[in-house]
Design a protein around this ligand. Sequence first.
Ligand SMILES: Cc1cc2nc3c(=O)[nH]c(=O)nc-3n(C[C@H](O)[C@H](O)[C@H](O)COP(=O)(O)OP(=O)(O)OC[C@H]3O[C@@H](n4cnc5c(N)ncnc54)[C@H](O)[C@@H]3O)c2cc1C
Length: 433
Amino acid sequence: MAAWRNWSRELTASPARYVRPSGTEGVAAAVRRAGRDGHRVRPVGSGHSFTPLVTDAEVMVDLAACDQLLDVDLTHRRMRVGAGIRLAELSRLLAGHELAMANLGDIDRQTLAGATATGTHGTGAAFGNLSTQIRSLRLVDGRGEVHDLGPGDERLDAARVNLGALGIVTEVELDLVDAFTLRGHDRTEPLARVMDEFPRRVAEHRHFELYAFPYSDRALTRTNDVVDAPPRPPGPVSSWVTERLLTTYALEAISRVGRRAPGAIPRLNRVVAAAAGEHVRVDASHRVFASARDVRFTEMELCVPRDAAMPLLGEILALIERERLAVNFPIEVRTAAADEIWLSPAHRREAAYLAVHNFVGLPYQEYFAGVWELARRHHARPHWGKRHPATAAELRELYPRWEDFARARAELDPDGRFRNDHLDRVLGPVDAR
Ligand SMILES: Cc1cc2nc3c(=O)[nH]c(=O)nc-3n(C[C@H](O)[C@H](O)[C@H](O)COP(=O)(O)OP(=O)(O)OC[C@H]3O[C@@H](n4cnc5c(N)ncnc54)[C@H](O)[C@@H]3O)c2cc1C
């Protein structure tokens, strides 16, 4: 049996050595030993990526034991933690100090280092991805040397989204905000109206996202706004309807039916979209942001200039209908603020992200290939942790600081200790000039 597999169970790895050091020294020792043995090394988080970022190396370094709270600075709202901490545990620690992350993605099972390495993001026009909340970090390079990268060191903007290609991050210091309560409001609405009003909704709400159901004229919208109220954690029944409908039981049911009878998908989607109903909750921010995702799917997500979001959504829905594609998973649309991180998909771009999914077991190849062809006309940058066919030759044209990242990579990993086949494809070879 393979030593490792990813969340969607589509990728496996059987490295010669799987290590779980408990601090920077242990990580550095593992890298130095790999150097002596001529082995390649991949750092691994919680395996929630869909791309083979961590496979085909002789040594896998799992940061699960680097998950401690190292320091809290309440005056400046900062916390330093072990980089392998899971986001759920991090949020729990922060809540204990009445602090929070300003924004989060839609699950909290990933590790901090793994999530930030691929530019994991939530939604909200005023908020960058999770990596923008990193103030400083500690990194073990390809020769086992330790670097502290902080404000003023421009390599920090290389390391905040790093694909595990620069080294192994062992500690992260975060910029935080005071704990806050969100009012989350989910409801279904006519898709055409939501598409028309998209810019206004994005501007009006702290966090806005939509899910468009293929073959249906309905969309599910989700808004999260700050309220001055104490959190009201949900009882076992109240959160059930939309949450479970969108994430688990109904999707699992339709995915099963859809796998057996793809022809039934358009009708199933219309039923689910119409039944989703309305749901309000008022709770601590991290509990409102994160959902359960129990049904296995595979995914591609593309970051485009925000103005291109609704045109691209329309083109994707038309593609699905024209080709009668068996897609029973809604298309998710989110936003993010522009940032300065060299390989962030939102680099210098007020961004929108469109995510397409299909359940594991349903064909996705034709769908994702078609969406990619449409999206690249809008200068799409793919999410680094999700499926995409782009290669370094194409990606370098999309990132103005590409060469700077390549230089930082060559400096920090001159021997290609952290390279693997996938990184060769998406970043190119390490060029230690
Ligand atoms: C159900 C589900 C929901 C998701 N929701 C979202 C979402 O809302 N928004 C979003 O943007 N993405 C989302 N994703 C994608 C996910 O956040 C990313 O793929 C993320 O990178 C996974 O983190 P991980 O801890 O599992 O890391 P892994 O997938 O294990 O690794 C990811 C990358 O991080 C590197 N890495 C890990 N640890 C270190 C380290 N210590 N130092 C340096 N590099 C390291 C690895 O080498 C690899 O390149 C979702 C994925 C799933 C499966």
